[in-house]
Ligand binder design. Structure first.
Ligand SMILES: Cc1cc2nc3c(=O)[nH]c(=O)nc-3n(C[C@H](O)[C@H](O)[C@H](O)COP(=O)(O)OP(=O)(O)OC[C@H]3O[C@@H](n4cnc5c(N)ncnc54)[C@H](O)[C@@H]3O)c2cc1C
Length: 377
């Protein structure tokens, strides 16, 4: 019961943060500076918007005050991110740095690395991409072969990363590479932070189904990374990255990606048939459950835990919800309950981006395995 009261208090306490985020997106919309978009945390890239959030101290809000953050809770961050995603705002430039690389540096970074990188993330000067997946290592990430070899003063890295979202905009890459080969493939992995303008880094576009360029293939050819850019312990990359995945999977972007489309559906609901209203009602009640789950994940993070299974559950259920929003919109359009003309852009954007929802950040089947393992533990 005590926990429950604390949660309610938290939500009320974050009303000011919600209001701040809402007023920023409203002012940008009134000025015509952006159009709400599905999948905005991956496709809505606008460094100026991220800069305005930074000016309002809405980036890195959970990080300790001594490293430039506000020392607020993950539930506080959730309040802000929910508002930004609901509005389909262009948040991609700071998303990865704020969501997971900054927190990973706060948790595992040596003091010099914190001093070097955290201020630039908080100020939205640094844009991060994630160098995890490789042509032969996605779900089975520990099979990666990108190799970092020890040299004087640092490491040279050789290998290939793929599906790297935003690498063409990024100033920095989070890189997971193999520094030793042991009996177990999960051992001998190390996390690095790499400057994207280092000689030997080559970024090639991959154009997706929507005809958009948001992910890339990145070739690393004898790229030098100084010792100070090792994140955490050499060889300790696996346990660190598993914790990081909670931050990657456990946020509201795993169920609010199609919110701009849901908002269009809700607008036409009062004048629609009973059957349609029931479908929308079911979506809205599922959304309430997912929001509750996201609050629980955020609370677990606030207690210092890395809620791997809970985050996997949220992502799995959230992605199914996002797909169902598109399906309800499709049926509504075919019955003319939803005007084909007015809903065209939101629908098409969501539909063309949707194959990636249940693959990125961990494929659905792999998440199910993680959840099932929790049940037998
Ligand atoms: C839009 C988008 C953006 C992305 N951005 C990034 C990024 O910025 N950085 C990055 O590093 N990666 C990124 N990725 C890559 C993403 O993380 C991988 O695609 C994902 O982990 C799956 O890996 P894979 O593509 O190699 O597929 P595979 O691992 O080959 O999987 C193929 C199929 O096999 C199934 N499968 C695999 N293993 C199992 C198993 N053990 N049990 C049951 N079924 C299994 C999967 O569910 C899937 O359906 C992105 C992907 C997408 C779609």
């Amino acid at each position: 019961m005590t926990n429950r009261i604390t949660e309610v208090d938290d939500r009320e306490a974050h009303a000011d943060l919600r209001e701040e985020a809402r007023s920023l997106v409203a002012s940008w919309q009134i000025a015509g500076r952006y159009t709400p978009q599905s999948d905005s945390w991956l496709r809505g890239f606008d460094p100026e918007f991220s800069k305005e959030l930074a000016d309002r101290r809405l980036i890195g809000i959970t990080w300790p005050v001594e490293v430039g953050g506000r020392g607020l809770s993950n539930t506080a961050r959730l309040a802000v991110t929910e508002e930004l995603l609901r509005a389909g705002a262009p948040v991609a430039a700071h998303w990865v740095g704020d969501r997971q690389i900054g927190p990973a540096i706060v948790r595992h970074g040596h003091p010099a690395l914190k001093d070097e990188l955290l201020p630039g993330i908080i100020a939205a000067d640094y844009i991060f991409c994630l160098g995890m997946s490789e042509p032969e290592a996605g779900s089975d990430l520990a099979s990666l072969t990108t190799k970092a070899t020890k040299v004087d003063g640092g490491w040279t890295v050789k290998g290939r990363k793929i599906w790297t979202s935003g690498a063409h905009h990024a100033t920095h890459m989070y890189l997971l590479a193999r520094t030793a080969r042991g009996e177990k493939k999960h051992a001998g992995l190390t996390e690095f932070i790499l400057d994207m303008d280092t000689p030997g880094v080559d970024v090639s576009p991959i154009v997706d189904l929507a005809g958009e360029h948001h992910f890339n293939e990145v070739t690393l050819d004898e790229v030098f990374v100084p010792d100070r850019r090792v994140l955490g312990d050499v060889g300790g990359g696996w346990s660190q990255v598993v914790g990081q995945l909670s931050f990657e999977r456990g946020g509201p972007e795993r169920f609010l990606t199609t919110y701009p489309l849901l908002a269009e559906i809700i607008k036409v609901t009062p004048s629609s048939s009973v059957g349609f209203r029931e479908e929308v009602g079911s979506l809205v009640s599922r959304l309430a459950t997912l929001r509750e789950l996201a609050w629980q994940v955020a609370h677990a993070m606030d207690s210092g835990a890395a809620p791997v299974q809970e985050a996997a559950t949220l992502k799995y259920l959230g992605n199914a919800f996002e797909h169902d929003v598109i399906e309800v919109a499709r049926r509504a359009r075919s019955r003319d309950a939803l005007s084909r003309h007015s809903s065209h852009n939101a629908y098409l954007q969501a539909l063309l981006a949707s194959p990636g929802y249940s693959i990125r950040g961990g494929a659905a089947e792999v998440l199910l395995s993680l959840i099932a393992r929790q049940e037998v533990q």
